[in-house]
Design a protein. Sequence first.
Length: 266
Amino acid sequence: MSTDASTHFTHAITRRPAPSITAGLRAVDIGTPDLALMQAHHAAYITALRATGATVIELDALDAYPDSVFVEDTALCLPQGAVIMRPGAPSRLGEAAEMAPHLAALYADIRRIEGATSFIEGGDILVTGTEILVGRSARTNADGIAELTRLVASWGKPVREVHTPPGVLHFKTDCSLLDAKTVLSTPRLADSGCFDDYFVVHTAPGEEAAANAIRFNHVVIMAAGFPGTRAAVERAGYRVVEIGNSECAKLDGGMSCLSLRFTPAK
């Protein structure tokens, strides 16, 4: 299997869930998250990341930002540098500014989405071995994608705009990278043709929520409770680690949302 920079990392940044998480954004109210259980799941997630040999930086909770546990939306981290995002949810704009100094301590090159009409979140960005796919969604607009395209042009990876299925929060709600050329995807997203140049492993019927996983070094970290999809990923040759996600799921969150994963340039 590939050791491509899109799946193998030396670092991850996470942020502890804040007590205010119970007021986090959600598309549909399926219950209030249990903070203690979320904290336990979060600790297991960090343990899984560290078990791969990565350095995991745990940031303190930010009670002023209920959704701040979902750090992925704040930045795009590539080997050459990091781009600070401009979240599409107004209540989350301050989260990106809070993340910036932590990335500046690790990267020499920090760029920012700054346009007043630009909105883009990391949950809509899938970095593969050859390109950066960015999904248009309720949180990411055309101006945000255009600005990102300009900012990363000198880093040598093309940006391709795709579309998130109707009613789906983020592009990566419905997909994740298994290796540089292989994607785990819901059938509804794969049917759009956006992954025609990739090998695709489909989620099992009724297990669409399993699509938001992460390949992190030698393991695929998946939300627990999706046996059909886990079996499909294992049949494709990957080692799976399951993490409880019942509480983050109440806030439309999954495995990728909980970390920034990267290898900063030396």
